[in-house]
Design a protein around this ligand. Structure first.
Ligand code: CU
Length: 464
């Protein structure tokens, strides 16, 4: 996989050499990536060494050393992002993809980033969380004029503190971030740091959200809360790569939130500690173990754990509507309703009503109902034992004892040792203890119960 990137780099070098030394000194050729796979870590071959990160379904931007300065070239442009096989979105991003490539440097590095605008409107680049000269902060109108279409601006500063950062425009933010313009930035410590442990696997996940009607491809940029696609690095499950680790690895997951709501990120089978925030590494006395941590809008968190339990462990946002894919919002709740008597009445208020959902929504996962072209299944992921009934912000940490050091290839589904998996009980059943049931006359009839309302609120807010 990194071969692909080397070919890109090689191609760039050849292209640059064929122009002139002056041109080469001026601007690095942009590196473009459009494959949606998780790329291997970019092992640095210039500058100081470090253990590189892996961006799920993303990649790290190569740089050019120029008189001791790390030079990068970001190109803001319209892109097509495959969110999951069968569903492509028209977004805005950087260098062929949304989110843009991860920028990875070392504390103390002097960094020069060329930002070229190939969008139909002006933009800028804000380096979220960095210490830098005020004029490099990228707030158009405040610290610089906006970058007009066709223009290139240069940002230059020293990466002063180690940690997890993001980049995004500070110009028409509502539109440009709703369209997917954002990326990750990691600054590694220059020497052994008392508060930063060496991680064996270091993953980057940027949380983003989109509102794309089933059958459409372009996000609705005016949406404030009712997003219908909750994504890791602009991908939705089952299109999100697993985080593959070797048993015993110290695993770091860096999460940044550029959506419009908070996300309680949750892991199964392990406890993690938050070892770093937007402000840098967390003092050790301030860390505690937990299995869910809330990540507010604009925040970054570093979660760390020792992967000492083998298996396929879920890692997901715990807002249940955030582990689903796009659907219509006007689906009435039908649990407990006997459709045979009421379908006719419902059809009078919901003309395109289909008889489903009377036993819950899981039927949706298996449903063969025709969906518009270029639409992801609402709960679309399949596992070794059937549908996971999940989409959106969901992936799996695959912990394997025989995974090779540095090997990120998917080992397939976990094979549970005999006697360690839940199984069906077919013996005799005793009467279970239960709370007293209300009298039958107190139970409302289906006619009273049926109401058309909007229960599919993806915003995580009660009422708006
Ligand atoms: Cu969420």
């Amino acid at each position: 996989m990194s071969n692909t990137r080397r070919q890109f780099m090689l191609g760039s070098a050849v292209a640059a050499a064929s122009v002139s030394k002056v041109a080469m000194a001026a601007l690095p050729e942009p590196v473009i990536q459009t494959r949606p796979d998780t790329m291997d870590p970019l092992v640095p071959d210039t500058g100081r060494p470090y253990n590189p990160v892996v961006t799920l379904n993303g990649w790290t931007l190569p740089w050019r050393m120029h008189n001791g300065v790390k030079e990068f070239h970001l190109v803001a442009e319209p892109v097509v992002r495959e969110m999951t096989p069968g569903f492509k979105a028209r977004l805005w991003g950087y260098n062929g993809q949304s989110p843009g490539p991860t920028i990875e440097v070392v504390e103390g590095d002097r960094v020069r980033i060329f930002v070229t605008n190939r969008l139909p409107e002006r933009t800028s680049m804000h380096w979220h969380g960095q210490r830098l000269p005020n004029g490099m902060d990228g707030v158009s109108g405040l610290t610089q004029p906006a970058i007009e279409p066709g223009k290139t601006f240069v940002y230059e500063f020293v990466a002063r503190r180690p940690g997890t950062f993001m980049y995004h425009p500070h110009a028409d933010e509502m539109t440009q971030m709703a369209m997917g313009m954002m990326g990750f930035w990691v600054t590694h410590p220059k020497a052994k740091h008392p508060l930063i442990d060496a991680a064996d696997r270091d993953f980057c996940i940027l949380l983003n959200a989109y509102d794309i009607e089933p059958g459409a491809a372009t996000p609705k940029v005016m949406t404030m809360l009712d997003f219908n696609l909750w994504t890791f690095n602009s991908r939705i499950f089952p299109g999100i790569s697993p985080m593959v680790v070797r048993r015993g690895d110290r695993v770091r997951i860096r999460v940044g939130n550029l959506t419009m709501t908070n996300h309680p990120m949750h892991i199964h089978g392990h406890e993690f500690t938050v070892t770093g925030t937007d402000g840098g590494p967390t003092p050790r006395a301030a860390r505690w173990p937990e299995v869910t941590t809330d990540i507010a809008v604009g925040q970054m968190r570093q979660l760390e754990f020792i992967a000492d339990e083998e298996g396929d462990w879920s890692f997901h946002c715990h807002k249940s509507h955030h582990t689903m894919n796009a659907m219509g919002h006007d689906v009435p709740t039908m649990i407990g309703v006997d459709h045979r008597d009421v379908v006719k009445k419902i059809t009078q208020v919901v003309p395109d009503y289909m008889a489903m959902g009377d036993r819950g929504m899981a039927d949706m996962a298996d449903m063969q109902m025709p969906i518009p072209e270029n639409t992801a299944r609402m709960m679309g992921g399949d596992g070794p034992f059937g549908s996971l009934e999940m989409g959106g912000m969901f992936t799996v940490v695959k912990v394997r004892r025989d995974q090779k050091v540095g090997d990120y290839r998917d080992p397939g589904w976990y094979r549970h040792p005999a006697g360690t998996q839940a199984y069906e009980w077919t013996g005799a059943l005793a009467e279970p203890a239960r709370a007293p049931m209300p009298k039958a006359s107190a139970t409302p009839s289906p006619e009273v119960e049926v109401q058309v309302r909007k229960p599919m609120d993806h915003s995580g807010h009660a009422g708006h």
